[in-house]
Write a protein that binds this ligand. Sequence first.
Ligand code: TYM
Length: 330
Amino acid sequence: MQQIVLSGIRSTGNLHLGNYFGAIKSFVRMQHEYNCYFFVADWHSLTTHPHPGDLHANVKSVLSEYLACGIDPEVCTLYVQSDIPEIAEMYLLMNMNAYIGELERTTTFKEKIRKQPDNVNAGLLTYPVLMATDILIHKANKVPVGKDQEQNIEMARRFGKRFNQIYGTDYFPEPEGFTYAKNLVKIPGLDGSGKMGKSEGNAINLADDAKTIHQKVMKAVTDAGPTEMNQTPPEVIENLFKLMEVASTPETVAFYREQYAKCQIRYGDLKKQLSADIIQFTAPIRERILEIQSDDAYLAKVVSMGAEKARISASATLIDVREIIGFRKF
Ligand code: TYM
């Protein structure tokens, strides 16, 4: 059976290292191995009420950044979510089989209530239903995502299975989170807390210039340093090592880990090294982002080609789903 891959990124700001190492790095490889659908999740971005003046610019940024990272629109299907009206209809249908209780219990919803208590909209509550729809509408088997999306993939699996059960069919396959690494990846932020995120203010963006990256890394939270030989680093320091593990060579990581173990570490040196390695990695991507962003004709071609391809698959699924649910033509 042909394996179908799907994943998306919210257009809420620029792409950061967490997005790259958690997701896009896998996309770039997977596009040559599977039938891949990648998209800009602009409907999902509405949960935070973006200013109308920013909405299009954000979509354009994320799209250019996808392309700059090496997503090839000729090889995979790259589209903008809101260009596919079939998703909206299927979202309506899927909402009928999603229960308030299970939606209220999702970690991401609880987090959002904490972070934006003045804007707990219904779109936030049904966010996992829209995400499940994104996945199920192409009958995807594999969903390359970071660790933070694990529960959402679990929900997509549940909604697909429930649909199959209700209608006595095996129509939807069970999607699973995917990465080439051993486990789904979580890239930490620079502030010593959990994960790097667009809204956390702790991210290094792929489009950041060298000076910005250097300033951000040099400001990363550290502690007073190790006091005992071979002690386990606390989370703030382990986070810096984790960033090094994705941006630097294994030898560099081993060197600084050893310095730490021997209580000889100088955080200033570690940060300089880390910032230099991140800059070396992001500089060519940044250059391509700027080039692509100034080519509106190319971007227009990419999105129209993507929408055309994505709608073929989405409308075929929607026709089947309507039929399975019992809608008939007069
Ligand atoms: P979003 O836009 O928050 O993140 C996009 C992708 O980047 C990954 N990611 C990370 N991975 C590791 N460490 C981090 N610090 C980190 N930060 C972000 C995310 O896991 C994700 O893979 N709801 C989704 C978008 C979406 C989607 C979908 C994804 C909508 N529909 C269907 C997959 C399938 C989101 O907001 O991701």
